[in-house]
Design a protein around this ligand. Structure first.
Ligand code: 5GP
Length: 219
């Protein structure tokens, strides 16, 4: 689960698994999209799901939409790094693309729930950086769920109920960002990623780099 990339100074470093979670409607999908568009060296993990496709979604871009039997086969063959049941549907992270991205030196972004985050943390604690996005208020969350209007009313109510449950997991995350304003929240999430990339233990090439600096200083 580790990978080696070079940062801007040419120092080799381990790839990291950057997880964003939140109750639906807290703006996590927008933040993920902005990160993928604007941050270099970051790939999105596209999950497999048994939930039906929503209008505007594209198979293979937003999710890999699969039937129950296909999902069960993926689980059986250990093709998923983690998986969970969310809103009566199954969601899981295909293992191969994550391993390919990490081993080619890219960081991977995950838009997954708390159950998936717990599983990733159990498997690769040192490589997981997790961020929980909070809405500024319940009213804001409800408004965003209605604005999205892709789900039936009873689904929206169900999601509000579930949000209360999801919120209870906030303290399991490394960082908390309150999404009052998307630009500010994006800048905060980007700063977290930047700082985490610079962690000493992730910069596996530092010993060699410093040794070379010392050699140059001595000559
Ligand atoms: P939605 O159906 O609104 O796209 O997603 C519902 C929830 O499932 C979100 O909280 C999302 O983060 C979560 N989710 C999406 N993909 C995965 C996955 O691969 N694994 C897990 N554990 N949760 C996921």
């Amino acid at each position: 689960m580790t990978a080696h990339d070079r940062n801007f100074d040419g120092v080799e470093r381990r790839g990291l698994m950057f997880v964003l979670s939140s109750p639906s409607g807290a703006g996590k999908t927008t933040l993920s999209r902005l990160l993928i568009e604007r941050v270099k060296g970051l790939s999105l993990s596209v999950s497999a799901t048994t939930r039906p496709m929503r209008p505007g979604e594209v198979d293979g871009r937003d999710y890999k939409f699969v039937d129950g039997a296909t999902f069960a086969t993926m689980v059986k063959h250990n093709d998923l790094l983690e998986w969970a049941v969310v809103f009566d549907n199954r969601y899981g992270t295909p293992r191969a693309p994550v391993e390919a991205a990490l081993s080619s030196g890219r960081d991977v972004l995950f838009d997954i729930d708390w159950q998936g985050t717990q599983q990733l943390r159990e498997k690769a604690r040192a490589d997981v950086v997790s961020v929980f996005i909070l809405p500024p208020s319940a009213a804001d969350l409800e408004r965003r769920l209605h604005t999205r209007a892709q789900d039936a009313d009873h689904v929206i109510r169900e999601r509000m109920d579930r949000a209360t449950h999801e919120l209870s997991h906030w303290a399991e995350y490394d960082y908390i960002v309150i999404n009052k304003n998307v630009d500010e929240a994006f800048s905060e999430v980007q700063s977290i990623l930047k700082a985490e990339r610079l962690k000493r233990e992730r910069q596996t090439g530092l010993t060699a780099f410093v040794r070379e600096l010392q050699r140059q200083l001595e000559t």
